[in-house]
Design a binder for this molecule. Structure first.
Ligand SMILES: C[S@@+](CC[C@H](N)C(=O)[O-])C[C@H]1O[C@@H](n2cnc3c(N)ncnc32)[C@H](O)[C@@H]1O
Length: 205
């Protein structure tokens, strides 16, 4: 099943992350796993940190009966996501917040997150605009660890979460943490690109 890459235009949004290899690896993963996604018949899907909105818009274009939401800590990214959604004739509700803090607990059937994962100083994690797109602090894991703590309260009982990581995040350590939280976890895609080894984890209850 083909997931089309949406058209987007970030000219008005210099502080929004431009879709890159990591974004496209997530799109490839969702496309490859689409049969399983359809099987759980998702009512609510969300992309955390939607940036340009290409990933959630691709899902919204494909899953026409599913309510699609996006959140981003960067308000410009929320406008970019809405713009991309409109450009592609889809309906995505983009909300400016950290993670999913303003939503009711355990409602999302699909959660997608391409987090800030680059190893940086801790102070950089609290920067503004596009710095928030990549700065991950110690081991690149400071935002990822916060997300993992809240994950049990985010996913519905049939939920699936797709989380992008790089080698420096120590995927095996993160998998072990998730096992300790009683989640099932698989590495469903990985790709080596110049300077980065990318992984996508599929996490479910
Ligand atoms: C690596 S970019 C990914 C953008 C887009 N999803 C993509 O794949 O092209 C990470 C995004 O997460 C957002 N972000 C960072 N921390 C966040 C948080 N705590 N809650 C929500 N969004 C966050 C950033 O502003 C940025 O848009």
């Amino acid at each position: 099943m083909l997931l089309q890459t949406p058209v987007y235009n970030l000219k008005q949004f210099p502080n929004v992350y431009t879709p890159s290899e990591d974004s496209f690896l997530l799109l490839d993963t969702l496309e490859a796993d689409m049969n399983n996604i359809i099987q759980i018949n998702p009512d609510f899907i969300v992309e955390i940190g939607s940036g340009s909105g290409v990933i959630i818009t691709a899902l919204a274009a494909f899953l026409k009966n599913t309510r699609c939401f996006a959140t981003d800590i960067n308000p410009e990214a929320c406008i970019a996501t809405t713009t991309t959604s409109i450009l592609n004739n889809t309906c995505v509700e983009a909300c400016n917040m950290t993670f999913l803090t303003c939503f009711k607990e355990n409602v999302f059937d699909i959660i997608v997150f391409n987090p800030p994962y680059v190893v940086t100083d801790s102070e950089e994690v609290f920067g503004n605009g596009v710095a928030r797109a990549w700065a991950g602090g110690i081991d690149g894991c400071e935002v990822i660890n916060q997300f993992l703590k809240s994950l049990p309260n985010l996913m519905s009982s049939k939920g699936i979460c797709y989380l992008l990581l790089i080698k420096e995040n120590n995927p095996q350590k993160i998998i072990n943490i998730l096992y300790g939280m009683k989640f099932n976890v698989n590495i469903v895609k990985q790709r080596k690109i110049p300077c980065e080894h990318l992984y996508v984890l599929k996490i479910y209850k």
